[in-house]
Design a protein around this ligand. Structure first.
Ligand SMILES: CC(C)(COP(=O)(O)OP(=O)(O)OC[C@H]1O[C@@H](n2cnc3c(N)ncnc32)[C@H](O)[C@@H]1OP(=O)(O)O)[C@@H](O)C(=O)NCCC(=O)NCCS
Length: 229
């Protein structure tokens, strides 16, 4: 007996949202069929407009209507500055945990004894090592690796090719930039960011952005942002 794929709506649009949509399609081409991409909730595009092949079905404020209609959700809005607002927007949507879609691409490696929370996305060629734990709605992009026994908070974003060591402790809303490397055992506090290409050797505090090799403090993240994709 074949099970029907569940219908998933991505909250967001071009960029993070559309690459996840493409990966869902591609997983289905592999015969995965866990999820069927339905469209987007997006406040910037017209309803009915297509984003890379899938329609904008409604606004973020319409989420409860779509919950009643049986859809599942991936939260793909992402910002470095404005993490507070991004995270508050997610909380404000009040999506039940059992309606957050967990998408694990079949070409990723996820060790058996990991904890992958609802709403997480694990993209192709990403690798989650044994004992790692990912919080609600965390996204691990293509080719990124999460080291063994690392604890990643909720709504974190691990960009493509990032390489995370073992026994890390991340707060919530942490962003690791493209191709950054994080030494094992470090603590990265809430909403902190490691720039693309950085090699991080130190713990970093809330809202701090560190960049370079070895990484140094660059600036604090800005609290607000106004554009919502
Ligand atoms: C760290 C980051 C957020 C800084 O952005 P920003 O504040 O707009 O920075 P700017 O481009 O204005 O640069 C400010 C300074 O930081 C330096 N800088 C910026 N990014 C840097 C990086 N990744 N490594 C080293 N130095 C960097 C710039 O050279 C500049 O230095 P200067 O003042 O001596 O000229 C950004 O560069 C970054 O890494 N973003 C992550 C991108 C990413 O991972 N995307 C994934 C999703 S697709």
């Amino acid at each position: 007996m074949t099970t029907e794929p569940k219908k998933v709506i991505i909250i967001g649009g071009t960029g993070n949202g559309s690459v996840v949509a493409a990966a869902i399609d591609e997983a289905n081409a592999w015969g995965d069929n866990s999820w069927q991409m339905a469209g987007y909730l997006n406040d910037r595009h017209d309803i009915g407009e297509e984003i890379e092949g899938y329609p904008v079905l409604g606004r973020l404020a319409d989420v409860q209507t779509f919950i009643q209609q049986g859809y599942y959700f991936i939260y793909a809005i992402f910002r470095i500055d404005g993490q507070d607002k991004r995270m508050a927007m997610f909380e404000g949507l009040n999506i039940p945990r059992d309606r957050l879609a967990t998408f694990i691409h079949p070409a990723s490696y996820v060790a058996g004894n990991t904890e992958i929370s609802p709403g997480c996305v694990i993209m192709p060629q990403a690798s989650i090592s044994s004992g790692a734990r990912l919080g609600l709605g965390t996204v691990v992009m293509v080719n990124a690796t999460v080291g063994h026994n690392s604890k990643i908070g909720k709504l974190c974003h691990i960009a493509a090719q990032a390489c995370l060591g073992s026994y890390l402790q991340f707060g919530d809303g942490v962003h690791i930039g493209l191709n950054a490397t994080i030494r094992e055992g470090l603590i990265l506090a809430n909403r902190s960011t490691v720039a693309m290409g950085a090699v991080l050797l130190n713990d970093i505090a809330e809202d701090e952005i560190w960049a370079g090799v070895p990484a140094k403090f660059l600036r604090r993240a800005v609290k607000e942002f106004n554009d919502v994709e």
